[in-house]
Write a protein that binds this ligand. Sequence first.
Ligand code: NDP
Length: 312
Amino acid sequence: MIYGVAHSRIVDMAPYIDIFQHYSDEVKVFSVDEEHDPDQITFALLWAPVDDFFDVYTNVKIVASIAAGVDNIMSCPSLRSDIKVCRNRDDEQAAIMSTFVIWHVLNHQRNFPLYLEQQHDKKWKRLNMRSPSDISIGVLGLGFLGERIASDLSHLGFPVCGWRKKHKDLSNPNIKVFSGKDSLPDFLNKTEVLICVLPLTNETKNILNINTFRELKPNAYLINLGRGGHLVEEDLFKALDEKTLKGASLDVFNIEPLPKSSLLWTHLNIIITPHVGSDVAANDAVKNIINELRRYHAGNALHNQVEINVGY
Ligand code: NDP
């Protein structure tokens, strides 16, 4: 029997604990509030743990994130380097994320916000129709989610390029791949709609700054789905003021929920959503984690292990 514990400072883990009961012949997952022996716990299901979590659970060997992001686990000061951390990866999650992005891209392409304004004023006016082939897309982070987004947009007729760390040939030859820091300006120069699906690491923090925005094509639009830490908020306002950016869709923020005092809420050219770009359904998340636990206990490599020293 594998003994685990589920914990988060901000998410209710009860639905996950309930689903783990379907696998009660293999694993028993406690809530931190239930009576249990911390020394018996070798597995942890986490999202934004408390700082001293691993000081309490000294025998944890494997940690699973309920979702794709792991920055909230990587930044836990008590995390030990010998612990295996895995994230959740799921095709449905990628499909949900991709359709979310398509919604924002079409909004920009067809100027729906302006039609809403016109409707409000009962104004009948046909706006200039731009074709997908006119609007170049750049995806920052061409990993599991970014590749799906890039591929779907490419199939819709948008010219798409993507930026990643190491070069990889994609199965869709229409997507131009840029890799490494030196190629970033070339990538940005080709981009009108910039989509950020990077993980948050020391290297990617603040990457969405005024210098980045000024490299983009005219009429540029930003869609940030990575993390709030990627964006320098004051630079976004500057870029909107000087019309380097036409608008932005933001789904992730430094502080979530976004404080009511934030000026982002009321800017006319910013669309705010409450971190809903994508998610893994609890049933699928638990199924993925059970498979990882089986692989781990059979001595096999994990499918979705994160490299602790790399950060994603
Ligand atoms: P992956 O690990 O599969 O992909 C990450 C990509 O980013 C890879 O292509 C990687 O390059 C690239 N990358 C990382 N660091 C750098 C760097 N320094 N320079 C250039 N490229 C870099 O992650 P996912 O696609 O699954 O998820 C990405 C992020 O999306 C998550 O970490 C999370 O922050 C966010 N997310 C947001 C959600 C939302 O609802 N808003 C939902 C789910 C995820 P390489 O492959 O070459 O290493």
